[in-house]
Design a protein around this ligand. Structure first.
Ligand code: ANZ
Ligand code: ZN
Length: 786
């Protein structure tokens, strides 16, 4: 590792913490898509170092998980050994692509010195009432007799044997992330996530405002409470629907059809049940309720489109204005009563009318009100009659934290008959994952750890009596939800990280990863951070862990399809580097297209980029041989390039940066323009983040000492660029109204924006409709107005 790669704690330079999601070290080796992602962030990190920042750019392994476990099951090899081989291979591949990670901070989630703290964090959750045991469903394969992770269930069937899975209730650890629902939304304000990421977080939490309304159940003392976001539609509620798991159902099993219906529905997952397009099914419960608005008696149905896990597990059905209720009413011929004025010509053939912008009708005291005013009016009225109140529901669910698998962190808890569940004392952490003979879950659904009596049987930390260890392990998310904290202080054995070091390095300035992690991983890690923040274990002054978040694109095969072995379109980083070298490979990957786009491999473009790489070096050699003089840069082409490439890297526009280097090389070569030693030095520096080895060779050709990567990014010579600037004539309807000095090749939008601001011009644009703008590059802007 080169010295410049090392991040220096407490260094007086300003810090930049640049984080890229750590990979799962699979047996297949580094995927070219991950390499693409890492290289982009590496270019950015290298640039930030050259700007003079003290950059923390670390790497590690998210190495617990199913693929390794399944491999162990198939081959009888130890997951520990397989993981070691895989991480060694990944590290070698990453180094071969010249990525400038600080390897002194490498972490591995399966290292006991690491997962000791993953366990410690779980214990804090337990101690603060956020982790507890609860009956929760798992996916169960009746043939293999194993619990399956969600990702092992494909279209409702076991991935291994194809048998239809069922849901089975077992006692599992769950974490009350729901306590942080509002914080997870509100906290976004202090971040600068791009809109797509912000929306992913907000939607996942799914905060809904509305009201709870109580309906008296006819012939009993019971009330049926519903959650609704449309209390204004109360008068249109013509029936009610309760979830099959609703407590009222238990007493109605004598009603014809109820028991049969329950049998059919209970194995479906919530996700399937919530699907909008799915055919609705249901059964009448035998009960009626009184609508507190209209006073009418309405039937209570049972249907699995209502989830027990949301709101109150019951809805007031308003078929005129809700599509699911409409589908249900159509099927079972239940009445449809519009209560928001329906537009002319709307007929209730196939669709409900949402009517959020409408006016209430047939609704007694709220008739004539707009929906937005009717909502608070009804809620006030209900509150004053003790029939309801404002309520908020969240789609966010509790986080199921138990896995019945081997290759994960043991959950550090023991159960004592007398003292209940107790955490393993801190000084006994980590609870090491013991070696087992076989890695498959037991046929009771417990993890294979349950078979090791001498491990399971232990003593209670409180009373010293006999106790049993928890045999479930943690989900994959557990090791990755706090890893960015460990990089700050990876060898600390007294705390997960030193507070002063965290104060120096946090928050993460830029976090880059996959789209698929914009929801859960990001949410879990923000939650754990906020939780540690509440406990005072992370710096008070930083309420959120990440400032910016970007996601990278996807690389497809040459045929435009997802890379896969069976299609034979897989590109292996090893072969790429072997054929073209690390630098040309990097340049090509960055040139392929926008960093967040979906990009198809192109061997032709790759060859073109390789030629550029070789031409650059040849050009450099020739010019060095001409013995240029002067340490100052004198070339406007070079100066413009410094500005453009720097700006592009800062904006993650790596493809246009490479394109500009290509253009600049063409210009310099074509015009035989004079270059100083200073110009050549700048050229080496500008290409350095992309092609580190080539840049260093150029640096050495110039006889410069040390590493180009430790040098400072060159300053732009503004005076030189000003000499080169061009004057643009600004016209309004063809009449000259002003002029503007610009850098040649300033982007069109920028020129037009600046031209609009010129005072002598803006007078003529004010209050006049702009019809079009014509731009002749580097010459004129003409505004056509009415
Ligand atoms: C009456 C109504 C009338 C509704 C209307 C909507 C439109 P979000 O936005 O997702 O929060 N709902 C409530 N609890 C439910 C459950 N456990 N399972 C399935 N659906 C449930 O959705 C809130 C709406 O979803 C609620 O408002 C309720 O239907 C339904 F014109 O109540 B509404
Ligand atoms: Zn005890």
């Amino acid at each position: 590792m080169e010295a410049y790669q090392r991040a220096v704690d407490f260094d007086p330079r300003e810090k930049k913490y640049i984080l890229v999601e750590f990979p799962y070290p699979s047996g297949a080796g580094l995927h070219i898509g991950i390499a693409f992602n890492f290289i982009g962030v590496d270019v950015y990190a290298r640039y930030q170092r050259m700007l003079g920042y003290n950059v923390l750019f670390p790497m590690g392994w998210d190495a617990f998980g199913l693929p390794t476990e399944n491999y162990a099951i198939r081959t009888g090899r130890k997951p520990q050994v397989v993981t070691r081989e895989n991480t060694d291979n990944f590290r070698r591949q990453i180094k071969a692509m010249e990525m400038s990670f600080d390897w002194s901070r490498e972490i591995d989630t399966t290292d006991p010195a690491y997962y000791r703290w993953t366990q410690w964090i779980f214990i804090q959750l337990f101690k603060h009432g956020l982790a507890y045991k609860k009956e929760m469903p798992i996916n169960w394969c009746p043939k293999d007799k194993v619990g399956l992770a969600n990702e092992e269930v494909i279209d409702g069937r076991c991935e291994r044997c194809g048998t239809e899975t069922v849901r089975r209730m077992i006692n599992q650890w769950v974490v009350r992330i729901t306590d942080y629902a509002d914080r997870l939304i509100d906290g976004l304000q202090s971040t600068q996530f791009i809109d797509k990421v912000r929306a992913a977080q907000i939607n996942w939490v799914g905060r809904s405002e509305g009201a709870n309304i109580r309906f008296p159940v006819e012939g009993s003392e019971d009330t049926l409470e519903v959650f609704t976001t449309r209390p204004d539609t109360l008068w249109g509620a013509t029936f009610m629907v309760i979830a099959p798991e609703h407590p009222l159902v238990e007493r109605q099993k004598h009603v014809p059809g109820v028991v049969d219906y329950l049998k059919n529905t209970l194995k479906k997952s919530d996700m399937e049940r919530a699907e909008l397009a799915r055919e609705k099914t249901g059964v009448f419960s035998g009960l009626y309720a009184r609508n507190p608005g209209s006073g009418e008696l309405i039937p209570i149905w049972i249907s699995d489109f209502v989830l027990m896990s949301y709101g109150t597990g019951a809805v007031m059905a308003v078929p005129a204005h809700d599509q699911r209720d409409f589908d249900f009413a159509s099927k079972y011929q239940l009445p449809i009563q519009p209560v928001v004025a329906v537009p002319q010509g709307w007929d209730y053939d196939s669709a409900a009318y949402e009517g959020l912008e409408g006016t209430l009708v047939n609704s007694a005291l709220i008739d004539g009100l707009a929906v937005k005013d009717a909502i608070p009016a009804v809620v006030d009225w209900l509150s004053s009659h003790g029939r309801g109140e404002p309520a908020v529901s969240y789609h966010l669910r509790e986080w199921i934290f138990s896995r019945q698998h081997y290759w994960g962190e043991p959950i550090p808890m023991v159960e004592c008959a007398r003292c209940g569940w107790q955490p393993v004392p801190d000084d006994q952490l980590p609870v090491l994952l013991p070696e087992v003979e076989r890695y498959q879950p037991t046929d009771t659904g417990e993890s294979p750890l349950a078979n090791i009596a001498e491990w399971v049987e232990t003593t209670c930390p409180i009373c010293g009596g006999a106790a049993r260890r928890e045999t479930d392990t943690m989900p994959n998310w557990a090791g990755s939800d706090w890893y960015f904290l460990r990089y700050i202080d990876p060898h600390n054995d007294r705390a997960f990280a030193d507070m002063e070091k965290m104060r120096y390095w946090l928050p993460v300035d830029t976090y880059v990863g996959g789209d698929e992690h914009n929801t859960l991983h990001l949410l879990y890690s923000r939650f754990i951070y906020q939780f540690l923040h509440d406990l005072g274990y992370v710096p008070k002054e930083y309420p959120e862990p990440y400032i910016r978040r970007f996601s990278h694109g996807v690389i497809l095969g040459e045929d435009g399809m997802r890379m896969s072995k069976s299609r034979g379109n897989v590109i292996l980083p090893d072969e790429l580097v072997e054929r073209y070298g690390a630098d040309a490979s990097r340049l090509y990957l960055m040139f392929m297209g926008p960093f967040d786009a979906t990009l198809a491999w192109s061997e032709r473009t790759l060859m073109g980029v390789k030629r550029f790489h070789d031409r650059f070096e040849a050009f450099f050699k020739t010019r060095v041989l001409l013995a240029p003089v002067g340490e100052r840069s004198i070339s406007p082409v070079v100066n413009r390039l410094i500005r453009q490439v720097g700006g592009d890297i800062a904006a993650f526009k790596f493809n246009t940066a490479v394109a500009k280097m290509m253009e600049a090389l063409n210009t310099l070569q074509g015009n035989e323009l004079p270059l100083s030693r200073g110009d050549l030095r700048c050229l080496a520096q500008v290409i350095a983040p992309f092609a580190p080895l080539l840049a260093q060779r150029c640096w050495e050709m110039l006889g410069l000492p040390g590493s180009v990567h430790a040098s400072r990014w060159p300053e732009v010579d503004e005076a030189l660029l000003a000499q080169q600037s061009v004057t643009i004539s600004i016209m309004v309807n063809g009449k000259l109204r002003g002029t503007l000095e610009i850098d040649p090749d300033t982007p069109q939008e920028e020129v037009i924006a600046q031209a609009r601001q010129v005072e002598s011009v803006s007078r003529f644009l004010k209050d006049r409709g702009e019809k079009k703008v014509v731009y002749v590059p580097n010459r004129t802007v003409n505004f056509v107005v009415s």
